[in-house]
Ligand binder design. Structure first.
Ligand code: NAD
Length: 294
């Protein structure tokens, strides 16, 4: 039980539905470990109540708030500033109440997307220098877009994006266009149904990411990859899914002899730790968090 006093400061989490979230567990563990008199609480906020909820960050002098669905693509309307990557991917998951030179919150709110940052930070922590890499990315939803945009801004050389021809496909075409216009990265949009092309691109890539949720309930028995021959041994293989800890795709990659295979736990942890640093300015001990969160 945290020692809540008159000085305790508040970080929010605004989403609907939200009661299943692990975020307060992660944040409050970190604030406690860092010796910060801060707590995070989850609030049921949908698009209808979002404007008032964001205004309450200013009114209550909160440090900020995490933002999840259905608010990620809407919240920018109520903010004062938006970070470049969040602007490009059109989604915000962290709103920070900016501080003045004395460390006091100002009521000026800036939006960030730490999902993309978290994915790349997790790879960096594994000793992987992704600058100049060629990537194959499956997915054009929220997670994939954040990963692609941040990677392109931070030095990934090429991203071959694949998606099924559902409602997300045109979003992928827009993201490819934005990346090619705004970064030095060369991005291409491809149809996931073209498995020969997928195999060719995977064999030419350094890094692979599945950011679709295929491999997670209710699709836990499925993989977007037809068989292990799609993986070459030195491919770095990542999945944004963290439950289960090992997806069918990750098993296929290991069967093919890939040694660097990572689930979405790192992305999830680092998106939180980056947000925490934005709120408090503090780095949280990573090993401690990994040990506590399992
Ligand atoms: P989203 O709904 O925004 O996007 C889903 C994507 O998957 C789209 O590109 C869609 O076309 C594709 N897709 C859906 N069904 C498919 C199928 N049957 N076959 C192939 N492709 C299919 O979802 P999102 O928010 O981007 O989340 C995607 C996954 O990433 C989820 O598993 C989510 O849990 C995970 N995620 C993890 C983290 C993390 O921190 N590790 C963060 C965000 C999301």
């Amino acid at each position: 039980m945290p020692n809540i006093t008159g000085h305790t400061e508040l970080v929010g989490l605004m989403a609907y539905p939200i009661r299943h979230t692990q975020s307060p567990t992660t944040h409050n563990l970190a604030y406690d470990k860092n010796g910060d008199d801060v707590i995070q609480l989850a609030f049921e906020v949908d698009n209808d109540s979002l404007k008032d909820a964001v205004q309450s960050i200013r009114a209550l002098k909160m440090l900020g708030s995490n933002i999840s669905m259905p608010n990620k693509t809407v919240v920018h309307k109520y903010l004062d500033e938006v970070d470049e990557a969040a602007k490009l991917c059109g989604a915000i998951n962290t709103v920070v109440n900016l501080r003045d030179e004395n460390g006091q919150v100002t009521g000026k709110l800036k939006g960030y997307n730490t999902d993309g940052m978290g994915y790349w930070q997790a790879l960096t922590e594994e000793g992987i220098d992704f600058k100049g890499m060629k990537m194959v990315l499956i997915g054009t939803g929220g997670a994939a877009t954040a990963i692609a945009v941040r990677g392109a801004l931070d030095g990934v050389a090429e991203i071959e994006i694949f998606n099924i021809k559902d409602k997300f496909y045109s979003r992928g075409e827009e993201i490819v266009d934005l990346i090619n216009k705004n970064t030095n990265c060369k991005a291409t949009m491809n149809d996931l149904a073209d498995k020969d092309l997928l195999k060719e691109k995977m064999h030419a890539a350094d890094l692979f990411c599945d950011a679709t949720g295929v491999g997670m309930h209710p699709l836990e028995d499925l993989s977007n990859i037809p068989d292990p021959s799609f993986f070459k041994k030195d491919l770095i293989v990542t999945d944004t899914v963290y439950a289960p800890r090992e997806t069918v795709m990750m098993k296929q990659a290991k069967e093919a002899g890939c040694e660097k295979v990572f689930n979405g736990m790192g992305m999830m942890l680092f998106q939180a730790l980056i947000a925490i640093k934005l709120y408090t300015g503090k780095d949280t001990p990573v090993d401690y968090m990994k040990e506590k969160l399992g």
